[in-house]
Ligand binder design. Structure first.
Ligand code: RUQ
Ligand code: CUA
Length: 663
């Protein structure tokens, strides 16, 4: 171990560089045919969907590749007023947690579902870093269908990563913390009381429904990233760790003391055996499980009370540490499953481990003692080799399916291509600037689609028109079909992109949801035709069963609402055509609009706070007479005896008077 002063000096010396350096030839690195290669003519479709994490905006965004055109933002962990996510009554339960509603999160990583290690185009998973959760987004409806909270975890960074057949989505904690059941302890008791939990989430083959199968209770370290084994290493999982110093303060220095941190190798097939033998322990834990139902168009949130944990100390053979220099970040497995690439943020080499050698080392017990009771495999015994002088600050590695790897370098701002077998550097290109993640379509799968690599940069500086103190976030597209990588395109992104996955459009486009069938609408407050439209008072709650169809609402005149009422507009969109959502908004509401897809029902809650006649209207330009798609609600004082009446195309007050006259 280095002395703390030396380590501090090393960090300080690197310090200048840790923020990234700017390549000299910025701006002049584009080849002649770049425009042609990214030009997707008007009316033509892109070749790939690119699902990009939104970082601190908590969303996923969808871009076309190679054009870099933004197609959609899918709200996941953060409220999204544009379509009412987190504002409509139906979607509110999706953001429920054991802490109550959490309206924001920080989404770093995307994992697209796979079958036999190849993209199957069904779901995209995403992680919430802040309040640990994993979400599942349907790649048919492009909507978040499920969010599962993770107990005993803090800062769910090493997540979500999936096994070959999406058997499991895993989630490792970034912060080791005291377990939820032993939470009130001094921070200085890190070594005794802080644990690192890794959640193994099972995924139903048909529905995608998630549940926590078990949690592995590991020594208190920080988990950063992970990848599942594949092919020969299917059944194993590999995690990068840092802060194996187990420091609880000034980690910048204290967690950079050791020459090597670890990669944690987990034999999850063996963990399953222990579970079958009853080695799992049921522990109380509080976490939310939220599901969006496409038939009722409504989400539910269930608080769960128990989780099964496995302690590796009681289950020998399921976890091993492999030393890895130095503060590893990415931990990536090549398409064959044989090579495991560690990327030490402060390391001068890229270590590549061999799965076969690891197996042999475990069989021969070639260990270097243990760390907190867990065997540490000798570095050389698991090492296949090191890529020498690759660059500064390696972060992440993806694979092109041609036997090559491409690694991102944050500090030296470049992508470096190297051959996996002989570990020779083949090519390097600058990024603008300070690349974090990179992504090759299918890069983490057994069969990469190749063709492009996309760099997700942390800093853009002078690349775009200035927009005040905060500049555009950005991605860059490179052609990797030849020997040399070629920069094709810069495109700005929303939020701060971290990881992304691109997938051939052919695997997704054909399955796109077009409408929801109105006859299958199982929403409690649906009005499946204008005849079913009505207004019902239940005490101070007023339920408005309102329909929308080009270009009117039924009812569009409502009277008899009083101060102190809570009004629920349950809007059913009667359209059965693709691409005809209607919106709904009310003047002065303490809420966002809602956007209702064809055949769907969504609810806007409104608590009027003054007497008057209040406009309601459609927010989505749906027809030539969209602007006419409007109506009125009359709000009377609390004790008023204005009757509850409603109608469209008739004067509801006159109608009510007629009714009274008839009686
Ligand atoms: S991380 S820039 Cu949050 Cu995935 Cu590596
Ligand atoms: Cu409906 Cu505009």
């Amino acid at each position: 171990m280095k002395s703390p002063i030396l380590a501090m000096a090393a960090v300080a010396a690197l310090g200048l560089n840790l923020v990234g350096c700017k390549p000299k030839d910025a701006g002049s690195a584009v080849s002649g045919d770049a425009a042609e290669k990214v030009y997707v003519a008007p009316g033509k479709h892109d070749e790939f969907y690119n699902i990009v994490s939104g970082g601190f905006n908590g969303q996923m965004s969808v871009y076309g590749i190679p054009s870099g055109r933004l197609l959609k933002i899918v709200p996941v962990f953060s409220v999204f007023p544009e379509n009412g996510w987190g504002y409509s009554e139906e979607s509110k339960p999706m953001l429920n947690t054991s802490h109550g509603e959490v309206p924001w999160d920080d989404l770093h990583h995307i994992a697209l579902s796979t079958t036999n290690g190849e993209h199957d185009g069904r779901w995209a998973f995403g992680n919430a870093n802040n309040t640990p959760r994993v979400a599942r987004v349907s790649l048919s409806s492009f909507r978040t269908e499920e969010i599962l909270e993770l107990p005993n975890s803090a800062g769910n960074h090493s997540s979500p990563f999936i096994t070959e057949n999406t058997e499991y989505v895993i989630a490792g904690t970034r912060f080791s913390v005291p377990t939820d059941n032993n939470a009130d302890v001094p921070i200085s008791t890190f070594k005794q009381n802080f644990k690192g939990y890794i959640s193994f989430i099972n995924v139903d083959k048909n529905t995608g429904r998630m549940g926590i199968a078990f949690q592995l209770k590991t020594p208190g370290v920080s988990f950063d990233l992970a990848r599942a084994g594949k092919g020969k290493s299917h059944g194993w999982f590999f995690f990068s760790t840092y802060n194996t110093e187990q420091a609880n303060t000034l980690l910048e220095v204290n967690a950079s003391q050791k020459d090597k941190d670890f990669i944690l190798a987990v034999n999850w097939k063996k963990a399953e055996e222990y579970l079958k033998q009853g080695k799992g322990r049921k522990e109380p834990a509080k976490y939310a499980h939220n599901l969006y139902d496409e038939k009722t168009h409504t989400a539910t949130s269930t608080i769960m009370n128990e989780v099964i944990t496995l302690d590796p100390k009681e289950c020998p053979g399921i976890v091993y540490f492999i030393p890895c220099p130095k503060s590893p970040h990415g931990c990536d497995v090549d398409p064959t499953g044989e090579y495991i690439v560690g990327s030490g943020k402060l390391a001068a080499v890229i270590p590549v481990f061999s799965f076969d050698k690891l197996q042999k080392a475990i069989a021969d017990k070639t260990f270097d003692g243990d760390f907190d009771g867990i065997p540490v495999v000798k570095y050389e015994a698991a090492l296949y080799g090191e890529v020498q002088k690759p660059g500064l600050g390696p972060l992440h590695t993806e694979f092109d399916g041609q036997g090559n790897a491409i690694t991102s370098f944050f500090v030296s701002s470049e992508l470096v291509k190297w051959n996996i077998k002989d570990l020779k550097v083949l090519d390097r290109v600058p990024t603008y600037y300070s690349v974090g993640h990179l992504s090759i379509p299918g890069g983490p799968t057994k069969k990469p689609h190749g063709k492009y690599v996309i760099a997700y940069n942390k800093i853009t500086k002078d690349r775009y028109l200035p927009t005040g103190p905060e500049l555009a976030q950005s991605a860059q597209l490179y052609d990797i079909s030849g020997d040399k990588m070629k920069l094709l395109l810069d495109f700005p992104t929303v939020g701060e992109p971290h990881y992304a996955e691109a997938i051939p459009a052919a695997l997704i486009a054909k399955n796109s949801t077009k409408i929801y069938k109105i006859e299958e609408n199982g929403h409690k407050y649906a009005a499946k035709g204008e005849k079913e439209a009505k207004v019902v008072r239940e005490g101070n709650k007023v339920h408005v069963y309102i329909t929308s169809i080009r270009s009117h609402f039924t009812p569009d005149n409502i009277e008899g609402v009083k101060l102190g009422d809570e009004v629920y507009f349950h809007v059913t969109n009667l359209e059965q055509d693709w691409d005809v959502p209607h919106g709904f908004a009310v003047k002065g509401g303490d809420n966002a609009e809602i956007l209702i897809m064809p055949g769907e029902t969504q609810t806007l809650r409104w608590k009027p706070n003054r007497v008057g006649v209040v406009p309601i209207y459609c927010t989505d330009f749906c027809s030539a007479l969209h602007q006419e798609m409007q109506g009125y609600v009359r709000v009377s004082p609390a004790g008023s005896n204005v009757q509850l009446t409603w109608g469209t195309g008739k004067n509801p007050v006159a109608e009510a008077e007629k009714k009274v006259a008839k009686k």
